[in-house]
Design a protein around this ligand. Structure first.
Ligand code: MN
Length: 242
């Protein structure tokens, strides 16, 4: 069974030319996988911000959802791990696109290997910005207010909140801490698994602990890398190689 595991695409819904081009590129990448893979696992933060209103979604995410539906219809198993940028994922991706949606982690034996996949943000105890946002976004009145505001206004607020300057020294400190914490976590549970994949750190990594391979797919925009997982191979590859 040929599986692809990838994370942290952080696709934005905005109409900036750069964001439109990035979305198109990713739609093309996934369209190219139709009929070629048996499983797709998205390990979190595929969307930079997700919101849904009953059965409606952000319109600039409609194309990629169509591509995912084509993948699903081609017989591909679709698994979606919710990242910290997607806390408002509701039923749409499961009911309308056909993903199996997991909020914490996904673990199963596939290709005779025991795998453990998680976005990983829940293991980062000292990321106070995330903890604050999580608390705010889990409040019922915040969610209901956001859903009653005009769409454009809620989306503008969301875009402002979710945009972080990755070069600030504070961001870099959090990035290093995140990277080290996830590496430690993987090491700690490595004796129970053959493959562990986390996202969130945005730092591309592949390491073998005894018989367990730990992979972090990095940041798609920068690395364009995913984990290719078959009966006889586990590896990070660039998207040009499939
Ligand atoms: Mn994340």
């Amino acid at each position: 069974m040929k599986y692809i595991i990838a994370s942290d695409f952080h696709i934005k819904y905005t109409d900036r030319p750069k964001d439109i081009a990035y979305r198109k590129d990713i739609e093309g990448f996934f369209a190219g996988l139709v009929g070629k893979i048996d499983g797709l696992i998205l390990a979190g933060d595929f969307f930079d911000f997700w919101m849904e209103w009953d059965s409606k979604i952000i319109k600039n995410y409609a194309n990629i959802c169509d591509v995912f539906r084509d993948l699903k219809n081609s017989g591909c198993r679709m698994i979606f791990l919710v990242g910290n940028h997607e806390l408002w994922v509701g039923d749409y991706l499961a009911n309308t696109v056909g993903f199996e949606v997991y909020r914490e982690c996904f673990s199963e034996v596939i290709n005779n290997k025991k795998i453990f996949i998680s976005h990983g943000h829940q293991y980062i105890k000292k990321d106070f910005r995330y903890l604050f946002l999580k608390k705010l976004l889990s409040m019922k009145f915040v969610k209901s207010l956001a859903h009653r505001l005009p769409k454009r206004l809620s989306l503008f607020v969301a875009d402002t909140i979710s945009t972080v300057n990755p070069n600030s020294s504070k961001s870099q400190k959090i990035a290093t801490y995140t990277h080290e914490t996830l590496h430690e976590k993987a090491k700690e549970i490595s004796s129970d698994y053959d493959l562990i994949v986390f996202g969130h750190s945005h730092i591309l990594q592949q390491e073998v602990f005894d018989k367990c391979t730990y992979i972090n797919c990095g940041l798609w925009e920068k690395d364009r890398a995913y984990c290719l997982f078959t009966e006889d191979n586990i590896n990070i590859v660039g998207n040009k190689l499939l």
